[in-house]
Design a protein around this ligand. Structure first.
Ligand code: ADP
Ligand code: MG
Length: 743
């Protein structure tokens, strides 16, 4: 069967207010044929999904339109999804603010009159009788209900048609009941009179609830805008324009007009507009914003520069190699965006609970009403009603829906600012459970850039041996191969064209050079061809103990010499490994290199457990072995022959400007090439999960404690409205605390 190609969409949705909306939108979209992997993020009010190529996203818009949600597909055409959803949120915020001010101004007199009328002296300064006062209140409160309250009733109504309920339903039923009853009591008091006393009215309750909930939404929207700040910061890294050379003239152009291969001029202090390679000049470039590396990096002719970084004092010209979505910054933005829109498994519980929460609350509220009707001694209708309203209002589950996504947004955003790219909420969650770290040796603990240090020969010249070795290694991509070729280039070595070249992954290389069969590689390779290494065993041991890697060079099945290469350990490795061990993590090293070299390197960085002489295809097996012992394993590698291990591990961390494959197969990518990033990523995960747990705890506790109080008549619905608004705001503020975390 042919696999259908899909397109990933990430679009703003208008009208989602709480956790139950999330479930509803997800369900409605998942039902559409050709749409998969739907995930709604309430924090940035966006939905991501995969859609079969050729289908129109309008199909998706239609599916949720009947539930009262609007999918903004037009932003696709603008190619400015980010700005679009920002504008939407801004517009929403302005409207909310207007509604809030309007309803607050009207509520003030309503509230004062309703409270003060309870005092006898009030009648001496307020000349209207109870009957008239009620009518004045009715006139004041009606615009609040129909103007500011409209947003709740509209959504309630759309949902009611599908017999579904969510947060707006609770507010709408609650305030609607209080208002409706009071209108009736004002216009037809006779029906409700007990002992000739006018019935009590609850206009202020309806008004205050609407004001407070609108205020809560207002504060919530303001705080939410802050959680998405990371992407905005990233987008602002690039300059608006750039100076390029065209027909020998300098020309200032807009960023959107840049093309691959354009020659860009960078002056001191300028922002670099795109990725590229320096052709002339030199400078130091501040790459903090991309890699988290705080020291400016030296750039000379041939160095890569990254769009979005800032030049210091020098100046240079560079040729553009990548732009837009293909640039490093573009890829980072995409990654962060997807991560921020993704869900952590911990959220599933909250989603499940809130989808059955609202109907349950309506049942509890109804039961409360009935119980008070039966058991209250006087005024039972009025008391039953107010407690019914109190239960509805206190139980609104909006804090629940915000607990996880806001923390994920802030957490992944903060990571990106430190050069830690987290693939999704799931990766972020797993990271905090890790208790074992496996580090690849080459390129992870070490620089991955070995240099030749010694050549020892027997029966032929060093230069002769080198010319055989380098001729073959020219064909290999291995870092060891590169080092040998570089060394040979510096010595004007003769090259031959090798025949029948073969790369034996984890062993070395073989080929026919100048009619001689040459084998170049480790001890295992020599064993494979039954080549005796006794003549060199002494030097082999001596050099290996120093942490060098020994390459045996056999010509026509006779060992003619060895080449030692040394791959320097990164300055930061030892300290970072110590930090891991101090925080209780068990650290292992994994390498294809020989036992003696492995031991030497492990000793130097303070690692006790290591696996040496592991073939590339066995690396994943080693991870599985550790997992079988019950360990939760993070594998850190550069992606050169360790991708399977990265995938097998519970958490795959790709380090350095790793290869593209590694980024694909990893859960976390560290742009900055040092191991401190591993410690920081785990710390970030722990802090984020702690915040999520706090958020969920408070959101749950507050609802569960509130409901019985309200049902028993101990909670004024106005206080309930205040508590509910504040709880959403406090959940978001708690998530925003993450922004200030030091990594
Ligand atoms: P690592 O785990 O250090 O990345 P590899 O699995 O890539 O190691 O390689 C293991 C060993 O195989 C190297 O230490 C080296 O001895 C040998 N080897 C691999 N490729 C080559 C090559 N192109 N030339 C010489 N030796 C090689
Ligand atoms: Mg490797």
């Amino acid at each position: 069967m042919q696999k259908i190609k899909t397109v990933k969409y990430n679009l703003p949705v208008e009208g989602m207010t709480c956790a139950s909306c999330v479930t509803r939108v997800e369900k409605a979209l998942s039902k559409v044929e050709g749409i998969e992997n739907v995930s709604v993020n309430l924090a940035n009010e966006k939905v991501t999904f995969d859609m079969n190529e050729g289908l129109s996203p309008d199909l998706a818009a239609k599916a949720i339109d009947k539930f009262g949600y609007k999918l903004h597909t037009e932003s696709l055409k603008d190619n400015e999804t980010e700005n679009k959803s920002d504008n939407l949120i801004d517009e929403y915020y302005t409207n909310l603010k207007k509604d809030f001010i309007f309803s607050a101004l009207l509520t003030l007199p309503i509230f004062l009159i309703s409270m003060l009328r309870e005092f006898i002296w009030f009648s001496s300064i307020f000349p209207f009788g109870d009957d008239y006062t009620n009518k004045i209140l009715l006139i004041l409160v009606t615009p609040i209900i129909f103007v500011s309250g409209k947003r709740f009733y509209k959504i309630f109504w759309t949902n009611l048609k599908h017999f579904s309920f969510e947060m707006n339903s609770l507010v709408a039923i609650g305030t609607g009941a209080a208002y409706g009853y009071s209108v009736f009591a004002t216009l037809f008091p006779k029906f409700l009179m007990i002992d000739d006393k006018l019935p009590h009215v609850y206009f202020e309750t309806a008004a205050v609830i609407i004001v407070l909930i609108t205020m809560g939404k207002l504060l919530e929207t303001r705080a939410k805008r802050k959680t998405g700040g990371a992407i905005k910061n990233l987008l602002e890294l690039k300059p608006k324009e750039a100076t390029i050379i065209q027909d020998d003239k300098e020309l200032v152009v807009k960023l959107s007009e840049l093309k691959i291969s354009d020659m860009v001029i960078i002056k001191p202090g300028e922002k670099i507009p795109a990725d590229g390679i320096i052709v002339s000049g030199s400078s130091f470039v501040d790459e903090t914003m991309i890699t988290g590396e705080s020291v400016p990096i030296e750039k000379i002719v041939g160095s890569k520069v990254i769009g979005g970084t800032i030049n210091t004092n020098g100046s240079f010209n560079f040729e553009i190699s990548a732009l837009g979505d293909n640039s490093i910054l573009g890829q980072i933005i995409k990654l962060v965006e997807t991560a921020q829109g993704s869900k952590a498994p911990i959220q599933q519980l909250a989603d499940k609970v809130s989808s059955i929460f609202v109907p349950t609350v309506i049942l509890i509220a109804t039961a409360t009403f009935i119980a008070w009707m039966i058991f209250a001694e006087t005024n039972n209708f009025s008391i039953a009603l107010i407690n019914f309203v109190a239960v509805l209002i206190i139980a609104c589950p909006c804090a629940l829906g915000l607990a996880t996504p806001t923390a994920i947004m802030v957490g992944t955003g903060l990571g990106a600012q430190h050069g830690i790219l987290i693939k999704n909420g799931e990766s972020l969650e797993i990271a905090h459970k890790i208790n074992t770290i496996v580090l690849d040796k080459t390129g992870t603990i070490t620089e991955g850039k070995p240099t030749v240090t010694d050549i020892i020969t027997n029966g032929l010249d060093n230069s002769e041996l080198l010319s055989f070795a380098a001729s073959i290694e020219k064909k290999s991509q291995h870092p060891i191969a590169t080092s040998i070729v570089e060394y040979a280039n510096g010595l004007n070595t003769n090259y031959f064209e090798p025949e029948s070249f073969e790369n034996l992954s984890g062993y070395g290389v073989t080929a026919i050079v100048n009619d001689k069969s040459v084998a170049l590689g480790n001890e295992k390779l020599m064993n494979k061809f039954s080549i005796n290494i006794d003549d060199f065993s002494e030097s082999f041991e001596k050099l290996s103990t120093k942490g060098k890697t020994i390459i045996f060079c056999a010509i026509d099945n006779k060992l003619n010499g060895i080449i030692a290469v040394e791959d320097p350990i990164k300055d930061t490795s030892k300290e970072a490994i110590e930090r891991m061990q101090k925080s209780g993590l068990e650290v292992f090293m994994l390498t294809g290199d020989n036992n003696i070299t492995a031991e030497a390197i492990a000793n130097r960085v303070g690692i006790k457990n290591y696996f040496a002489e592991v073939l590339p295809n066995q690396k994943a097996e080693k991870i599985k072995e550790l997992q079988k012992q019950g360990k939760i394993v993070a594998m850190v590698g550069d992606g050169i022959n360790d991708s399977p291990a990265l995938v097998t591990a519970n958490l795959g961390i790709a380090i350095g400007t790793g290869t593209d494959i590694a980024i694909e197969s990893s859960d976390i990518t560290l742009i900055k090439g040092n191991l401190n990033g591993v410690v920081e990523a785990i710390a970030l995960s722990k802090k984020t999960i702690r915040i999520i747990k706090q958020n969920l705890f408070w959101a749950f506790v507050y609802n569960t404690i509130g409901i019985p109080f309200a049902a028993l008549g101990f909670l004024n619905p106005m206080i309930g409205a205040l508590a509910m608004s504040l709880s959403s705001v406090s959940v978001i503020s708690n998530s925003l605390r993450l922004k200030r975390v030091k990594l």
